[in-house]
Every structure is written in structure tokens, then in C-alpha cells.
Design a protein around this ligand. Structure first.
Ligand code: G4P
Length: 522
């Protein structure tokens, strides 16, 4: 069992849209033998145009559903790549996916540097000390100066960096990268299919001048010296603690620099790590199976409306048709058709190990965060909800369908599509999301899956924050003062709905002992 778990590498590729996540994923699948030609993997980007309605979105999302997890063998390793939605309106989905991975690869566009989405996702990685490798992409295009880029990465992502390859120019002058730990020169040939040959050179000989020309050779020697002087040695332990990120340069589109990345990744990236529960820490090599649901996806096929619950196996071995304990329902369940995912295909799986992701057919039995075990009552932690950024009142638009609406809202919230708050002052339901798209998704799905109609009404709010205090009197005084803005989340916890940043700051000043949290887990 240990060797099965040891060889697993479960990770996600994260990036700002357009940085090259899809291209990189595709090249990794190419190395894994999962696809034979480039261009086979479709982008899961949801392109929102003026004319696009939710149906288009759903069709596009269909692609991302089947490619939610990609697994393949590479050398002796079993690789699980968890896909994350490219569109920022689905950021919450990405945050949750990050709770199921053991490490991440961040793709950065060499010309654009660190972008907003990258910054946000990195914050989530930092919260969990997730080990991070950075791939600076699109070096075949004019890119920023590599030293400036490294400074930007350090500053913006708040992590130490150490380049493991070094680019020789960029854009039309891009010659390739020098591999700093293998001491090899990797010459660039624009090609989507061919993996470039490596050339072994001693950088202090004329051989380097012959390969890239004397001026560039001289420049490279100077830069390498500078790197050694400025950046500390790469230290795997620091990487594993999430304190230092190795950096690679390349071009995903041209399959350049990708193999270096993959080879280093499998070697240094962690095998499944222990997972925290409320009760204790679960080690991956424990003999008994445990797992938790981190994502639920609706099926887009209208004839098979069931959902898939994605379960990360945290310990032991999962077997098909074996009774497992659903902790929240206090019920034993068997799964006759659990699935695993290969590139575009889905196959039934008989057994899976810690680190793997399995898809469980779901008809409303699962909720994000649900735990499965062999009987132990465990509750996995670390699937926080973040304060939404957009808010609307949800109202019933068809008085005959009150029940359907309530059920629909309930189940969609279980799936984690958005967050529900109930205003304690007027009893109205407020839906909070991270993007406009979610409101469309909810309305569409309520109509099509639950036969219910909803209407949105505006509410102007800035943030929802969870409040707590060791001083019950002060908390009561606060709730009294803000009674119009107090709500409960689905777990019955107190949430303050601040209508502006100013109001929030004033509240923080006036009530010194109250803690305002912007994530649901604190
Ligand atoms: P994403 O999943 O992160 O959103 O990015 P994706 O891989 O879809 O790449 C976004 C665009 O950047 C694509 O162009 C892709 O071809 C291009 N790209 C990715 N890697 C590289 C690279 O190394 N060099 C260059 N020059 N371009 C790269 P597109 O025009 O949006 O799509 P397509 O028509 O090429 O498919």
C-alpha cells in the first residue's frame, strides 16, 4: 500500500485566464501518453460574450466536467491533475479544488507577469502551505526581463523563488533555456510536437559561444553568476513547506521546457499529505479508507440529471461495492459505479488509493465537505467559504412552486454553487456569489432541474463577514446595533452584511473585541 501511495502526485495547475493552463495540461497529457497529438484537449474557458446565455455556458462547461480530473502514469508515478475552471466567476470552485491537491503548478504569462487571479489563488495556497512550482510561459513571445519577473513573483506572490532554468532572450530572439541543475543547454525549436534535444555544454568553454553566439554566451555567464549570488540554493524542504517556489521558463504551446518541469515535478512534489479533521490528523498510509467530497458537478445530459460528487481519498484504499459510512447522514452506503477519469474518458474503477480522486454518482446525498469512512466519525476541515463579492435577494416568482424553489436552493447550495444568508431582520434570503454568472446559473438550473422560478432583487452590500467574540455582551450589543444587517449562514452562524468598506472599518473600530472573518473557517 505504501508504494501505491508514495507514487501518487495529485496537483492542480492554476493561472490567470489565458496564461496557458490548457496548453500546459495538454503537453503533460502528451507525455503521459493519454493523447497522441497536440490540439486534442479543448480549453474549458467559458467565453462570455454579449450573446452567450447559460445554455452556451453549460455546453462549454460540459467540456470541463469530463476533464475535471485527468490521470495518467509517467515513469513510475501516477499523476492526478485536477482541473480548475478558467472563468473567474467560478473561482470558488477553484478554491475548493485546491483543498484536494497536494501541490500546485502556477502558470504565469511571461509578458504579463502576475495577474489578479494568480494572486488570489496563491493566497489560498498560502493558507494551506501548499508547495508551489512556477512555470513562466510564452517565452517565445516578447517577455519581461527575467530578473524583474522573479522580483515580481516574490513580491506579488509572497514566496521565495529560485530559478531552476534560465531563459536566453525571449520573443523572436528566444534561444532556449539553460538548465541550472543539470548544467545543460536546451535549445529552442518552435514545434508543437517535437521535444527538443538537450545539449550538454560547459558554460565556460567556447562550445556555448558556438551554440548561441559570443555576445549571448557572455551575457548568460554573467546572469548565471548573478543568480548564484542573489538566490539561495534550491532547498526541497523549503519547497515542501510552501516557502520557496522553483521557477521554470518555457513555452507550453511549443512544448518547450515542459519535460524539465514534469521531471522535476514528479521528483520533488509531495506524495499525498496528511489531512486535518476536526478530530485528528489522518495519515494517507492508514489502512482504513477515508475521503471527503470537495466538488459536486451537475450532469449536463438532460436525460441523466444526476450529479457527480468528487471525492478525494485521504487514506487507505477505496473498493467498489464496499459499504462505507457517510458521516453526516450516519448511514452506510455502497457505490457500484465509482468512476475515474482519463483525459476525455470516464471509466468505472474497482479500487483507488489515497491521493486519487473518484467520481461518485450523486442524487442529492452529498454536500461539499461530506466525509466517507469505514465507520469512524471524522469531519474533514479546510473547505472554507469566502466572503462573496456580489449579493442579491432571491424571491419566488411562481407562488405555486414554493416547495420546489426551497428544495432547489437547498441543493444548489449543497453543491456549492453560491452561498445563502438569511437576513434576521426581514427574513429574506440573500444569495452571495463571486461572479455575475452564478446568478444566471442558479436561475437556469432552478427552472430546468426543479421546475421553480426565481426573481432577483438588488441589494447593495460590500462584504459578508462571519463575526465572533469572547465577550458575549459586546457581541449582543453589536448585533443589536446592526440588527438590519445581521444574517445567518446555512450553519446558523452569525454573519454581518456590511454595505460599505467604511461601515466595516467603523464597526471594527467601535467593537474592538469582535473578530470579523472573511472566510467561513477560522
Ligand atoms: P488558459 O487555459 O490558461 O486560459 O490558456 P490557453 O492554454 O488556452 O492559452 C491561451 C492562449 O495563449 C492560446 O491562444 C494559446 O495558444 C496561447 N499560448 C499558450 N501557450 C503559449 C506559448 O507558449 N506561446 C505562445 N505564443 N502562445 C501560447 P488563443 O489564440 O487564445 O487560442 P488558440 O487559438 O491558439 O487555441
Amino acid at each position: 500500500m505504501n508504494s501505491e501511495i508514495e507514487r501518487r502526485r495529485t496537483f492542480a495547475i492554476i493561472a490567470h485566464p489565458d496564461a496557458g493552463k490548457t496548453s500546459l495540461t495538454e503537453k503533460l497529457l502528451l507525455f503521459g501518453g493519454q493523447i497522441q497529438v497536440a490540439g486534442a484537449v479543448k480549453s474549458n474557458k467559458i467565453k462570455k460574450t454579449a450573446t452567450s446565455d447559460w445554455m452556451d455556458i453549460e455546453k462549454q462547461r460540459g467540456i470541463s466536467v469530463t476533464t475535471s480530473v485527468m490521470e495518467f502514469d509517467y515513469n513510475d508515478y501516477k499523476i492526478n491533475i485536477l482541473d480548475t475552471p478558467g472563468h473567474q466567476d467560478f473561482a470558488e470552485d477553484t478554491y475548493r479544488t485546491l483543498t484536494a491537491v497536494d501541490s500546485v503548478i502556477i502558470v504565469v504569462d511571461g509578458a504579463k507577469g502576475v495577474e489578479t487571479q494568480t494572486r488570489k489563488l496563491m493566497e489560498v495556497c498560502r493558507m494551506r502551505n501548499t508547495p508551489v512550482i512556477i512555470f513562466v510561459n510564452k517565452m517565445d513571445r516578447e517577455a519581461k526581463d527575467p530578473f524583474d519577473l522573479l522580483d515580481e513573483l516574490e513580491e506579488e506572490l509572497v514566496i521565495h523563488v529560485r530559478p531552476l532554468t534560465w531563459p536566453i532572450e525571449s520573443g523572436p530572439r528566444f534561444k532556449g533555456v539553460y538548465n541550472l541543475y543539470e548544467h545543460k543547454l536546451n535549445l529552442f525549436q518552435p514545434s508543437k510536437q517535437v521535444v527538443t534535444e538537450k545539449v550538454e555544454v560547459d558554460i565556460n568553454t567556447e562550445e556555448l559561444d558556438n551554440q548561441i553566439g559570443a555576445p549571448l554566451a557572455e551575457k548568460l555567464r554573467g546572469e548565471l553568476e548573478l543568480i548564484d549570488g542573489v538566490y539561495p540554493e534550491f532547498n526541497v524542504d523549503e519547497y515542501l513547506k510552501g516557502e520557496m517556489a522553483p521557477v521554470f521558463f518555457g513555452s507550453a504551446l511549443n512544448n518547450f521546457g515542459v519535460q524539465e518541469l514534469l521531471d522535476t515535478f514528479v521528483e520533488i512534489a509531495p506524495s499525498p499529505r496528511p489531512t486535518k479533521t476536526e478530530e485528528r490528523e489522518v495519515e494517507p498510509d492508514e489502512s482504513k479508507f477515508t475521503g471527503f467530497v470537495f466538488k459536486i458537478t451537475a450532469n449536463i445530459d438532460p436525460n441523466h440529471r444526476s450529479c457527480i460528487a468528487f471525492c478525494k481519498i485521504c487514506s487507505g484504499k477505496f473498493s467498489r461495492n464496499t459499504p462505507y459510512y457517510h458521516v453526516r447522514h450516519e448511514k452506510t452506503m455502497r457505490f457500484s459505479s465509482p468512476t475515474q477519469f482519463m483525459a476525455q474518458r470516464k471509466t468505472t474503477v474497482d479500487e483507488a488509493w489515497a491521493g486519487d480522486i473518484i467520481g461518485l454518482p450523486d442524487n442529492g446525498t452529498f454536500k461539499i465537505g461530506d466525509t466517507l469512512t469505514e465507520g469512524e466519525k471524522l469531519h474533514f476541515r479546510g473547505i472554507p467559504s469566502f466572503s462573496p463579492e456580489m449579493f442579491k435577494y432571491i424571491e419566488n416568482a411562481d407562488p405555486m412552486k414554493q416547495k420546489q424553489l426551497a428544495k432547489g436552493i437547498d441543493q444548489l447550495m449543497d453543491e456549492g454553487v453560491a452561498q445563502l444568508f438569511v437576513n434576521q431582520f426581514n427574513g429574506r434570503k440573500i444569495i452571495g456569489t463571486v461572479g455575475q454568472l452564478q446568478f444566471e446559473v442558479i436561475q437556469y438550473r432552478l427552472e430546468n432541474e426543479y421546475n421553480a422560478k426565481c426573481r432577483w432583487e438588488p441589494i447593495s452590500l460590500y462584504k459578508a463577514c462571519w463575526v465572533e467574540s469572547d465577550d458575549p455582551e459586546e457581541l449582543e450589543a453589536f448585533k443589536k446595533r446592526k440588527y438590519q444587517y445581521m444574517a445567518k449562514d446555512r450553519e446558523g452562524r452569525d454573519v454581518f452584511l456590511a454595505d460599505s468598506n467604511y461601515v466595516l472599518q467603523m464597526a471594527q473600530m467601535d467593537f474592538k473585541h469582535i473578530r470579523f472573518h472573511f472566510t467561513s473557517e477560522f
